[in-house]
Design a binder for this molecule. Structure first.
Ligand SMILES: Cc1cc2nc3c(=O)[nH]c(=O)nc-3n(C[C@H](O)[C@H](O)[C@H](O)COP(=O)(O)O)c2cc1C
Length: 171
């Protein structure tokens, strides 16, 4: 795999297009257990004068149980697309088994985080959680209530982008 460091903001638009199509892999790790789930909602911008990537995770997810332990996460956006793998990671829970093993996707050490990144061609972000914020049920506008009929609210995780790069197959 060839690795090219990338400019966070220059890549944001390209990555957003891909994420809104099939999603990306949000990877977490706790107690030696690595888990990935599909996400398509994200924000990228600046907070506390730093580049920040925000992901939104519902309370019911296994990821929600893991993400606080490492206080880090990685986001991998495959290029070329992996729609079947994203659909699998977005419909099975890590509680039921090791999704990465089932998919045959290896993980590799992060450049700067303890949480690994997926060893696939595409864009990779390594993030350190700076803060989090649970949605306030009372603050949801009426047209959005349909997303939360089961009260499975999102928590927002604000991750400082510690590394951002693109991996391509060599040769
Ligand atoms: C395209 C797509 C996008 C998704 N985006 C999100 C998201 O942004 N936040 C979220 O909590 N769940 C999202 N999901 C659902 C989770 O990926 C799904 O519930 C997954 O099985 C959770 O895995 P886990 O229990 O191993 O954490 C998405 C699913 C798909 C297919």
């Amino acid at each position: 795999m060839k690795i090219e460091q990338a400019d966070v903001m220059e890549t944001a638009h390209k990555v957003h297009k891909k994420l809104s199509k099939n999603g990306g892999f949000l990877t977490t790790e706790a107690g030696g257990r690595v888990n990935t789930m599909t996400v398509s909602w994200w924000n990228i911008g600046f907070m506390w004068t730093r580049p920040v990537l925000t992901v939104m995770v519902r309370r019911s997810r296994y990821t929600f149980e893991l993400i606080d332990t490492a206080r880090e996460f990685t986001l991998s956006i495959p290029d070329p697309d992996l729609p079947a793998a994203l659909s699998f990671a977005g419909s099975r829970s890590g509680r039921e088994g090791d999704k990465l093993m089932a998919l045959g996707i290896p993980a590799r050490p992060g450049q700067v985080t303890q949480v690994p990144v997926l060893d696939i061609p595409g864009w990779h972000y390594e993030c350190r959680i700076m803060n989090k914020c649970a949605m306030e049920p009372g603050g949801i506008s009426p047209e959005l209530e349909k997303y939360y009929t089961d009260e499975d609210y999102h928590t927002f995780y604000f991750g400082e982008i510690a590394a951002c790069y693109r991996m391509t197959e060599q040769g």
